[in-house]
Design a protein. Sequence first.
Length: 93
Amino acid sequence: MTERTPSRGAPARPHTPLTRSIALQVKLVRIEPGMTQADMAAAAGLHVNTLSNIEKCHRSPTIAQVEAIAGVAGMSFSKLARRAEERLKDIGD
């Protein structure tokens, strides 16, 4: 049976380990400084539901969204992506 996205009914794309790791990093860069989803979403120019769906891996973020979230956290897109890749390497070991 094919998974369906809740809002559109289209088949959901399978999430790769990297996508899941990026979702976790998005959540970590929000909670480490004690930000709420509403705070992070507003600062990044996202709707709070979009951020929530990214963190839960219900939606794959765009590069622009990850870049905005990373910027709010005071880091570059590439640093957030590196953190996600490093986590994958740690899991693989």
